[in-house]
Design a protein around this ligand. Structure first.
Ligand SMILES: *Cc1c(COP(=O)(O)O)cnc(C)c1O
Length: 374
């Protein structure tokens, strides 16, 4: 028998994003530094314009991170204390925290088999106090925006999109983040477009919302320099914006790479009955998925995970293993049996542009071996 080569596949290699582009990053660092251009400078304006153009949105506003972005988007769109805002419990706690800190009431609902907010569950949670729904485009896949837009229109609700995981993802040709009153993106290093730290942006088509966002991210300061509202200090650093502006041009190519990896995962794993896989990149013409993550459902998930770990393959439980309504400290009372059962089976496999085909093969070989052995 030929010895099996072990190939370590970390879940995400944070060094890779830096060392693979070191010369360019240092060039940008020197350029920005020598101009002393750190806060609200040209590089930020250029990135905001480029991002808006990439998405087909009218306006983009850089912010410190997507959590702030969601909070500011809710406030800029007019969410008031006591309003209820519906969100899927399968999301980062940040989505709910943004609602909470905007003074509104987070209402957690189920996701569907696609792991995204279930439009019927959202409709069923509407009360006279509901003001908005936050579709979360998880894993680089856009939610069922036709159904959600219909529900929102019928009940006079706003859509504020959590597109932190979906930059470049599209539904029927339209970019995630551009369907609602505002859409929010994260540039955390492990996201589809990452910077060297925290960063985020909010896009909008409405000029009044855009102007409000510009004020709220900068101490409530208006274009004329006057304080007109209670604001935050939540600006996107100009240095990060310069890096993001440079990296944005390579994003479409990076998404093609991720789609190739997803295609390969599907080819290799589709025959394993113990697994449920995400839709393949060629399965569904309405969706152009960006594969921020590759989130599978697996029988014997925890045993599989330990097996992969022992082979040097990194995986992750979504949100550390709990949906938002299952985080006791947040005291959201909800009973969401479908989401709860999903959280016993979901597993994130490595998915990023530091991976080669051989890495995916190594992961799939190990998964095959596991299910043959039990
Ligand atoms: C990453 C993420 C956020 C928060 O983004 P930050 O930039 O880290 O604040 C919010 N929602 C979702 C779905 C995310 O994946």
């Amino acid at each position: 028998m030929t010895p099996t080569l072990t190939r370590h596949v970390p879940f995400f290699d944070y060094r890779h994003g830096f060392v693979s582009e070191e010369d360019d990053l240092i060039r940008i660092f020197l350029d920005v530094g020598r101009r002393g251009a750190f806060i609200l400078q040209d590089d930020l304006a250029r990135f905001e314009a480029g991002l808006a153009q990439f998405l087909g949105a009218r306006f983009a506003v850089g912010v410190a991170n997507a959590t702030d972005g969601l909070h500011l988007a809710l406030r800029a769109a007019g969410i008031r204390p006591g309003d209820e805002v519906i969100f899927p419990s399968h999301t980062m706690a940040a989505t709910a925290a943004a609602i909470h800190f905007a003074g509104a009431v987070p209402v957690a609902v189920e996701c569907g088999p696609d792991h995204l907010i279930d439009p019927d569950a959202a409709a069923a949670a509407i009360t006279p106090r509901t003001r908005a729904i936050i579709p979360v485009h998880l894993n680089g896949r856009t939610c069922a925006m036709d159904a959600l837009a219909q529900i929102a229109a019928r009940h006079g609700l706003m859509l504020i999109e959590d597109a932190a995981q979906a930059l470049g993802s599209r539904y029927r040709g339209r970019a995630a983040g551009t369907f609602g009153a505002a859409g929010v993106f994260s540039f955390y290093p492990a996201k589809l477009l990452g910077c060297l730290g925290d960063g985020g942006a909010v896009v909008a088509n409405d000029r009044a919302i855009f102007e409000r966002l510009c004020e709220l991210r900068d101490h409530g300061r208006s274009a004329g320099g006057e304080i007109v509202a209670w604001g935050l200090n939540s600006r996107l650093d100009n240095l990060q914006a310069a890096i993001l502006d440079w990296r944005l041009s390579a994003l479409p190519e990076a998404i093609v790479w991720r789609r190739d990896l997803a295609r390969l995962y599907r080819q290799r794993l589709a025959g394993i009955e113990a697994l449920t896989l995400p839709r393949g990149p060629d399965d569904d013409f309405d969706h152009y998925d960006a594969y921020q993550n590759y989130e599978i459902e697996a029988h014997e998930r925890d045993t599989l995970r330990a097996f992969l770990q022992a082979k040097g393959i990194g995986t992750l439980l979504p949100w550390g293993g709990k949906a938002v309504h299952q985080c006791d400290g947040l005291r959201l009372s909800a009973h969401l049996p479908y989401t709860e059962s999903l959280f016993e089976h979901m597993l994130l496999l490595p998915m990023n542009t530091s991976l080669a085909d051989e890495d995916v093969h190594a992961v799939c070989d190990a998964i095959e071996r596991f299910y043959r052995s039990i």
